[in-house]
Design a protein around this ligand. Structure first.
Ligand code: GNR
Ligand code: NI
Length: 171
C-alpha cells in the first residue's frame, strides 16, 4: 500500500477530463487500495482518481467514522437528481477552505464496482453530495467553480502563496 500525493488547486492537471475504465486490472485494484489509504490518512470522505493525477473515471468514498463503509465507483453515471441541499463543502485539493455549495439532495447513480459488477444505487444527503463532488473532479471541475470569481481568486492567491512559502521552507 502507498499513500499518494494529492494535487492542489490551481494545478492544471485537476482540469483534465478523465476517460472511462475499460476493465478492472490488478494495477487498477492496487490504485483503489492506495486511494483508500490516501483518503483515510487525509482524512477525507471521498477521493477522485483525478486528484492523484490518474485520469480514469474512478472514485472512492467512505462516510463512516471507522472506515467500515468503503464505496468504489468506476465509470459512475448520475442518472437522476432530485431536490436541493446546501452543504459547506471542503476539498483535499483546496485545503483549508469550506464554502456553501448547492447540489441535488438525492441521486441515482450507476457504476461498476471493483469486481466489475454493475450497480445502481440511490444516495441521499452527504453521500449524494460527495458523489456529485467526486464526479465533478472526473470532469475537471472543482467546488470553487461554483463560487464567485472574487472568492475563487482569493483562494487561488492564498494557496499559491502557501505553496511558495513551503518551497522556501525546505530550501
Ligand atoms: O473530505 C471531503 N469532505 C467533503 C465535505 C463536503 C462535501 C464534499 C466533501 S469531499 C472531500 C474530499 C475531497 O476533496 N474529495 O474530492
Ligand atoms: Ni474534492
Amino acid at each position: 500500500m502507498a499513500k499518494l500525493k494529492i494535487l492542489e488547486f490551481p494545478d492544471p492537471r485537476l482540469r483534465i477530463k478523465a476517460t472511462p475504465v475499460e476493465f478492472v486490472s490488478d494495477e487498477l485494484r492496487t490504485l483503489i487500495s492506495d486511494m483508500f489509504e490516501t483518503m483515510y490518512a487525509a482524512p477525507g470522505i471521498g477521493l477522485a482518481a483525478t486528484q492523484v493525477d490518474v485520469h480514469k473515471r474512478l472514485l472512492v468514498a467512505d462516510l463512516s467514522d471507522d472506515n467500515t463503509e468503503p464505496h468504489v465507483l468506476i465509470n459512475p453515471e448520475i442518472l437522476e437528481k432530485d431536490g436541493v441541499i446546501v452543504t459547506d463543502e471542503g476539498c483535499l485539493s483546496v485545503p483549508g477552505y469550506y464554502e456553501a455549495v448547492e447540489r441535488a439532495e438525492r441521486i441515482k447513480v450507476r457504476f461498476i464496482d471493483r469486481d466489475e459488477t454493475e450497480i445502481e444505487m440511490e444516495a441521499v444527503g452527504l453521500l449524494a453530495v460527495c458523489i456529485q463532488h467526486e464526479v465533478d473532479h472526473l470532469d475537471g471541475k472543482l467546488f470553487v467553480d461554483y463560487l464567485s470569481e472574487a472568492k475563487r481568486q482569493r483562494i487561488r492567491r492564498k494557496l499559491e502563496k502557501d505553496r511558495r512559502q513551503q518551497a522556501t521552507e525546505v530550501a
